[in-house]
Design a protein around this ligand. Structure first.
Ligand SMILES: N[C@@H](CCC(=O)N[C@@H](CS)C(=O)NCC(=O)O)C(=O)O
Length: 223
């Protein structure tokens, strides 16, 4: 039985969507990252990187969301496109570009202490550059791999859901095809189930000093 170590944030959500789409049975294990549960010895034995998501499958551990997507795709054979070369390329583009640049842009824009102009400028530029590549990709096709909805779309969905928070409330004006694509995924019952998973638990919502110290431990060196 698969156990998904989960927090309602972009990277866990992509894996939850895949599990919901495929109907693979799984158990959810909440990890409240604003309370520091990702740093417990028990969780780090599953993900030494101390971040969500992570997974065990009958005792085998898998961590890092796109590795988990590939593992599940090999296990189930579902939502796998024929063109593997394109699939791997876009999955890695999401893992190394969309995720990190979107995440760091959120960090510098919303959470970093001053001075931050240089960092905000760099991540604003790079986050937009990555999302505009997706916009171009989706201009003449329904999904990332063409006419077929695949695990690449599910992987991208995790971050696409929060584009207004990442890029700004008016982001959709420059990303109409990403919006059209996102709306079509949000209509899927599996996406709605994945979004609703958070209602099963009470995760800490406040970004108070304790949460900031846990999530940004490097800040202690500035004090
Ligand atoms: N490369 C990792 C990144 C995971 C990651 O950054 N997870 C965030 C949630 S989206 C997290 O757990 N943050 C808590 C922390 O940084 O302590 C993946 O794709 O799984």
């Amino acid at each position: 039985m698969i156990k998904l170590y989960y927090h309602p944030s972009p990277n866990p959500l992509k894996v939850a969507l895949y599990l919901e789409e495929t109907g693979v049975p799984y158990e959810l294990v909440p990890i409240d990252t604003r309370k520091g549960e990702q740093h417990s010895a028990e969780f780090k034995a599953i993900n030494p990187n101390a971040k969500t998501p992570a997974m065990t499958d009958d005792g085998v551990r898998i961590f890092d969301s796109n590795a988990m997507m590939i593992y599940l795709a090999e296990k189930t054979g579902q939502y796998v496109p024929e063109n593997k070369a394109e699939m791997y390329s876009w999955l890695m583009f999401i893992a190394t570009g969309i995720g990190p640049y979107s995440g760091q842009y959120v960090h510098f824009k919303h959470f970093a202490p001053e001075p931050k102009e240089y960092a905000v400028n760099r991540y604003d530029f790079e986050a937009w550059r990555h999302w505009l590549i997706i916009e171009e990709r989706l201009t003449n096709q329904l999904y990332m791999m063409g006419d077929q909805y695949t695990l690449v779309d599910m992987s991208l969905w995790g971050w696409a859901r929060v584009i207004p928070f990442v890029l700004g409330a008016d982001a959709w004006e420059k990303l109409p095809n990403v919006k059209r694509w996102l709306d079509s995924i949000n209509e899927r019952p599996a996406a709605q189930r994945a979004e609703a998973l958070k209602t099963q638990f009470q995760f800490k919502a406040e970004m108070d000093d304790d949460a900031r110290n846990i999530l940004f431990p490097g800040n202690a060196r500035l004090a």
